[in-house]
Write a protein that binds this ligand. Structure first.
Ligand code: GLY
Length: 406
């Protein structure tokens, strides 16, 4: 075993890197292990920071958590840009939801009354008022709802900035797969991870990073599983602490619109002949169109059918995008949890914590998750809104009611 870090984080997506950054800022020695940092769901995500337009009746704890994270985003974005010297595409234009035909308008009215029942702020708009805000919308758009406080960010830029900020705070990044979780001889404590074979380009990076791969073990006081949908599938993970995450596929299409005369100037969410779609603009002219939602295992190949549906509905909503450049198509795996709440905190196995299960809200929930992980792993209570996310609600063991520690 290596001499060891305070914390080994499994997974260099947006959750693992942000938690590592926050832990290092508190003085912990942190190593993050991932064969391909930022290659999972984080960089496929559109980056909507959308607690209102993602809200579902019956998910009030998630709504409170989402709001708690949205309020943290402006300071988090400013601090990350300052620490990394990089821009992360944080936009404050709000979200406009629209309905295309008469049935879509009825669905939008229904949504507005559900939003009101949850105490959420949305402004109803007539079709022409929606088109005044977004002239690229199809002439047939019947009605709109404006969620002015919603934000968006470019998740790939956030991940790139987090790699820089985390390295600057002393986090070591090892580009290798985790072959298994290492337990104490009695099996009652996580004590590190064993690495799989090295990445093709060999070495790890960051201050003090050991060489990647080769089956060595990295010892750690705490192992944090932050590997998205794969968090429950690390070999050696005892069943009684396995987070119940599953892959929920989402496919997105990226277009490019002219930056001097953009057709989409804020996040648009549409109900288009009964289907739902969103379009999220970036500062450089890209527009991310998403997303499918399918449970079909680990397959991340884009499909003709998914791409067709997304483009069909995007062009029905904003016909001028017909001329937009088709930049690419990608699919990622959201980490779904049984109750749609993330799974954040200590498990019933000493030395093992998790931060996963963020489902449709991983980008939005990054600041509050990173803060919670850093607090919990330091023996502090963490934000109140994170308490319902305790991993032991699924797997047994005492559920946290106050400060918890290993
Ligand atoms: N948050 C949007 C999605 O998961 O597609």
């Amino acid at each position: 075993m290596s001499a060891g870090a305070d914390v080994v984080v499994v997974g260099a997506g947006i959750i693992g890197l942000s938690a590592a950054w926050r832990l290092a800022q508190r003085g912990a020695s942190v190593t993050v292990v991932d064969p391909a940092p930022g290659s999972g769901a984080s960089t496929v995500a559109a980056g909507m920071l959308a607690p209102v337009t993602e809200a579902r009746i019956g998910e009030e704890p998630l709504l409170r958590l989402n709001h708690a994270s949205l309020t943290r985003w402006p300071a988090f974005a400013a601090e990350l840009e300052e620490a990394s010297g990089r821009r992360i595409g944080f936009r404050t234009d709000g979200t406009l939801m629209v309905g295309l035909d008469a049935d879509d308008r009825a669905a939008l009215d229904d949504l507005a009354s559900r939003h009101r029942a949850m105490g959420l702020e949305v402004e109803p708009l007539r079709g022409r008022e929606a088109r005044r805000l977004e002239p690229g919308l199809a002439p047939g758009v019947r009605a709109g709802l404006l969620a002015a406080d919603e934000r968006s960010v470019d998740p790939a830029a956030v991940v790139a900035a987090l790699e820089v900020a985390a390295a600057g705070a002393g986090v070591a990044l090892v580009r290798a797969p985790v072959a298994r979780l290492v337990l104490s001889p009695a099996g009652d404590r996580a004590t590190g991870v064993a690495l799989g074979p090295p990445a093709p380009d060999g070495e790890g990076t960051g201050p003090g990073a050991p060489a990647a791969g080769d089956g060595r073990e990295l010892a750690a006081g705490t192992v944090l599983l932050a590997a998205g949908a794969r968090s429950g599938f690390v070999p050696g993970l005892p069943d009684h602490v396995r987070p119940p995450v599953r892959p929920v596929r989402g496919e997105v299409v990226t277009l490019r619109q002219p930056t001097d005369d953009p057709l989409v100037t804020r996040t648009l969410r549409g109900i288009v002949h009964g289907s739902t779609i969103y379009l999220v603009p970036r500062d450089d002219g890209r527009v991310v169109v998403g997303a499918t939602q399918e449970e079909r295992g680990w397959d991340t190949r884009p499909t003709a059918g998914g791409t067709y549906e997304l483009l069909r509905d995007a062009l029905a909503l904003v016909p001028g995008l017909d001329d937009a450049e088709l930049v690419g198509v990608r699919a990622g795996l959201r980490p779904g949890s049984p109750d749609h709440l993330p799974i954040i905190g200590w498990t019933a196995l000493d030395g093992l914590a998790v931060a996963t299960g963020h489902f449709r809200n991983g980008i939005l929930l990054t600041p509050v998750t990173a803060e919670a992980v850093a607090a919990l792993l330091s023996g502090e209570p963490g934000p109140d809104e994170v308490r319902p996310c305790d991993p032991r609600r699924f797997t047994g063991g005492a559920v946290a009611t106050g400060a918890v520690g290993p």
